[in-house]
Design a protein around this ligand. Structure first.
Ligand code: FES
Length: 185
């Protein structure tokens, strides 16, 4: 028995329309828009990260400068007194925060030790108590001896000290960056 299938005519190409649209597809537009956004995001994130990584090399040895703390006669022998200097590397919006306090210990003559005021635990400003000859931190009870070494509490080490020199009777400290373990003389 023979089965007759209906015959199909060849499609009329004229009726199928003009063919593929030469305009870019919606998928293509979205792809390139997404790629462009990813590129912008990568640059926006990458620039600060690269700047952060290169900052120590760019600023090493540059962001330090000698700053006058005052005439040596302003600091009585055998006492520890509060000193202050203006950060030599400031921006207009630093305002009052450019004023940087420190503790100046004068033993005798030109023997000075200048301590950073910041506690080595989490950076709170320490206070000098001449009655007990101790520096004390108000935040977590850190205590330091008169020579800045650690006495008690959570601080992991003694106070950081500045590099100092005396020029024409004026005590100067090397300032710009706060002293750290790497920079303490
Ligand atoms: S910040 Fe000074 S003890 Fe914690």
């Amino acid at each position: 028995m023979t089965v007759h299938l209906p015959q199909r005519d060849a499609p009329d190409l004229k009726q199928l329309g003009p063919g593929p649209d030469p305009q870019p597809s919606r998928r293509g537009v979205l792809f390139w828009a997404g790629a462009a956004l990813n590129g912008v995001a990568a640059v926006a994130i990458g620039i600060p990260v690269v700047g952060y990584l290169l900052a120590p090399f760019a600023s090493s040895g540059r962001k330090q400068s000698w700053v006058a703390l005052g005439h040596v006669d302003e600091f009585p022998e055998g006492h520890t007194t509060l000193g202050e200097y203006v950060n030599p590397f400031t921006t207009p919006w630093d305002g009052y925060t450019a004023n940087t306090p420190c503790w100046v210990k004068r033993d005798a003559g030109d023997a000075f030790t200048v301590f950073a005021i910041n506690c080595t635990h989490l950076g709170c400003p320490v206070r000098w108590f001449p009655e007990s000859s101790l520096f004390m931190c108000p935040c977590h009870g850190g205590v330091y001896y008169a020579d800045g070494s650690r006495a008690a509490g959570p601080p992991p080490r003694g106070l950081y000290t500045y590099e100092t020199r005396i020029r024409k009777g004026v005590l100067e400290v090397k300032a710009g960056r706060l002293p750290t373990l790497q920079q303490t003389p």
